[in-house]
Ligand binder design. Structure first.
Ligand code: B12
Ligand code: SF4
Length: 474
């Protein structure tokens, strides 16, 4: 009889976001001959009894948990989820002694620290699609598994981390999307999710995405992407978020995915959103997006000051922001410019320049997040460590720990003590701005326990959260 693996989603943030990773991992596990159960704790009332109930009537040979977010990366709330993960792993260990494996985008940013904190021994860093079934196969066969790519395991002093293996996604068939209750997530979270590629070659100093996804871009075939979209459509899921780090990198592939959507006559049947880089972006691509059902784009802009963009390691300039905004206005695309304010080099002048430029370019919405979460192994972390003792660094807020484990933020001291108030004064009540602080509930784009969004989705709104907030205001 096939061995059974229990997959667990511990993410309880609301509005809920479907654990796409577990649909993908379940697919590769089943393809490799395993049975899979999913314990989705997102909608559970009481975690420990739910776990106890599961183990009372089921037997599995391993448990795999996905950790998507280590924290909400919000300067104002600094909500840290790893302690809650530990409560869950403690409950699991009280119920069962089978191997417990961690993985996920949050986990991959700081695997050893999370394993140590939770008192666990095994994890997989980066992609699980290849390594998880391999590890399971070796454990099931009683073989030595210490050579599994991406494996992070405990040794005498600390942990060993194996180099990851990044799959070539070119020939990947469309994964079946039948393990996660995608329909429920759609009804309570307002959108479905899908990936068209993995990896990002850019070197933005604060960004942790390449840590988990790798620097080499690996593209799925447009045909397989659109097969998957059709499967979601059959479940009644017609609002989607592309879960690529940047959908338009490279633009040719984004265009090909759009072309496949259009050729199958789906452009008018789906509405989708994506994160994009402000460059490269052209009229031709924008028009392709429109035909393929694009409902809105969230551009990761960070700043409109060329000096700050340079320090942040961005490879575009304020001129690109201007051009891309013009294209979106011309093509009638709803778009948000997402700012990451207060990083290294930020001054009151650069902040003013950015906010004034945003008002002039007039995106449909501007997301203003102030304070940059420092993640280990990023260039920002290295820069901060070079600046000397953490405890004496006037730019740091939060947990003063040189491993950057619990939430710690960079907020340039040149902005002064009243930086948040200064930002509010610059925004000056302009309702196009969302501020990640929660002070004004219907302009809060922290999606952590966002009750305005939860209610809107219950009322029937669908789509990306920022766009639901926009439509609510209009
Ligand atoms: C798209 C996206 C969003 C969209 C999601 C839309 C949707 N419908 O799904 C929106 C805008 C809603 C969003 C919201 C948030 N997001 Co977001 N998001 C992403 C993004 C770009 C993609 C996520 C995704 O689905 N990827 C595709 C899946 C398949 O990849 P994956 O989960 O990593 O899984 C793979 C591997 O990690 C591994 N794996 C996963 N689980 C497991 C388990 C085991 C056992 C193993 C072995 C392997 C394994 O294998 C999987 C398949 O290859 C990521 C960054 C990124 N590039 O991944 C950020 C990211 C996950 N988000 C992040 C954050 C902070 C948030 C918010 C908390 C922001 C906020 N305060 O509002 C919220 C949280 C919402 C929630 N309820 O969880 C951070 C988390 C950082 C951290 N350290 O915690 C990330 C990593 C971005 C970043 N670099 O800062 N997000
Ligand atoms: S911010 Fe975007 S472009 Fe920069 S490294 Fe991260 S994913 Fe890549």
């Amino acid at each position: 009889m096939a061995e059974k693996v229990l997959l667990i989603n511990p993410n309880r943030m609301k509005p809920p976001v479907a654990p796409l990773a577990l649909d993908y991992l379940a697919y590769t596990l089943v393809e490799s001959g395993f049975k899979v159960d999913l314990l989705d704790l997102c909608f559970s009332e009481d975690l420990a009894p739910e776990i106890e109930r599961y183990f009372a009537s089921n037997s599995v040979f391993a448990t795999a948990i996905t950790l998507r977010n280590t924290d909400d990366t919000c300067f104002a709330t600094r909500d840290f989820f790893v302690p809650r993960l530990k409560e869950i792993t403690d409950s699991l260990r009280a119920q069962s002694s089978v191997p417990l494996i961690l993985g996920g985008s949050g986990f991959s940013i700081m695997p050893e620290a999370i394993l140590e904190y939770c008192g666990l021994d095994l994890g997989i860093w980066g992609e699980g699609d290849y390594s998880l079934p391999l590890l399971m196969g070796k454990i099931a066969a009683g073989e030595d598994y210490h050579d599994v790519p991406g494996l992070v395991y405990r040794i005498d002093k600390g942990f060993q981390r194996n180099p990851p293996k990044y799959l070539d996604l070119k020939n990947m068939p469309a994964p079946e999307r039948n393990t996660v209750d995608n329909r429920r997530y759609f009804l309570e979270g307002g959108m479905g999710s899908i990936e068209t590629k993995r990896g990002c070659p850019k070197r933005c100093i604060y960004c942790a995405d390449p840590l988990g996804k790798g620097r080499r871009v690996r593209l799925r075939s447009p045909r397989s992407v659109v097969d998957e979209i059709e499967a979601l459509l059959q479940m009644g899921i017609d609002y989607l978020h592309f879960c690529d780090s940047e959908f338009n990198l490279p633009p040719t592939h984004a265009g090909e995915v759009c072309r496949e959507i259009v050729e199958r006559g789906l452009g008018a049947r789906i509405r989708w959103y994506a994160y994009c880089s402000p460059a490269p972006f052209t009229d031709e691509l924008a028009s392709m997006f429109q035909k393929a059902g694009c409902a809105g784009i969230n551009f990761g802009v960070d700043s409109a000051s060329n000096e700050i963009l340079r320090i942040l390691g961005r490879d575009f300039t304020a001129e690109n922001l201007e051009r891309t905004a013009q294209i979106c206005h011309r093509q009638g695309i709803v778009f948000m410019y997402d700012l990451l304010l207060g990083g290294p080099g930020e001054t009151r002048d650069s902040l003013r320049e950015t906010i004034e430029t945003m008002k002039r370019l007039s995106p449909s919405r501007v997301g203003a997040s102030m304070g940059v979460r420092i993640f280990p192994e990023t260039r920002l972390a290295a820069m901060v460590l070079k600046q000397g003792a953490i405890g004496q660094n006037p730019n740091l807020y939060g947990a003063m720990d040189e491993n950057f484990f619990a939430p710690v933020f960079y907020l340039s001291s040149a902005l002064g003590e009243d930086a948040p108030q200064y930002l509010t004064s610059l925004v000056a009540g302009d309702e196009r701005f969302f501020i990640m602080s929660g002070e004004v509930a219907d302009q809060n784009y922290n999606y952590n326990e966002n009750t305005v969004l939860m209610q809107a989705i219950r009322d029937g709104y669908r789509g990306a959260f920022w766009d639901i907030l926009r439509r609510l205001a209009e």
